[in-house]
Design a protein. Sequence first.
Length: 174
Amino acid sequence: MSMEDYDFLFKIVLIGNAGVGKTCLVRRFTQGLFPPGQGATIGVDFMIKTVEINGEKVKLQIWDTAGQERFRSITQSYYRSANALILTYDITCEESFRCLPEWLREIEQYASNKVITVLVGNKIDLADRREVSQQRAAEFSEAQDMYYLETSAKESDNVEKLFLDLACRLINEA
Ligand code: GDP
Ligand code: MG
C-alpha cells in the first residue's frame, strides 16, 4: 500500500459561535453518532474520514474549534491551508446568525481567497423554536456568494450531504 492511499486530501474547518453544534456535526459525520449531554468534546485537533466520489478516494481532514470560538482566538494558523470552511449557526438562536458578519471578517482576514465557504443552519429538528427563517439565510448566503444548507446533527438530516457535496465541489475546483 502506498503512503498516499487517496486521490485527494482536503482540509475542512468548522467555525461559528459556541453551542451551534459544530462538534456534533463532525461526530455525526465521522463516527455516525450524536453524543449525549452538553458540550461534545473531541479532544483532538482534527478527525479524518475518507469518502469515495466517482471512484476517487477523497480524504477529508476535518478541524473542529475546541472552545476557541468563545474568545475569538482562532487565528491564522487555524485557517491556514483550509480548503473549505463550514460556517455554522443555530436556526433556534438569532444571536448565532447575527454574528455571521464577524466570522466573515475573520475569513476575509485569515483564510485563503480560494477557500470554499458553506453556510450551515443546524438544529432543524427544533423547528418549533426556529428564530432564523430559511429565506433570510438564503438571501444572506446569496449576497455573500456562499452555498447554504440546513442540517440536524441530532437526526442526521443533510449531514452526509453537507460533507459529500463539499467534497464534490472541492474536487471540481482542485
Ligand atoms: P459546538 O460548541 O458548536 O461544538 O456545539 P456542540 O456540538 O457541542 O453542541 C452544542 C449543544 O447543541 C449540545 O447540547 C448538543 O447536544 C446540541 N446540538 C448539536 N446539534 C444539534 C442538533 O442538530 N439538534 C439538536 N436538537 N441539538 C443539537
Ligand atoms: Mg465544539
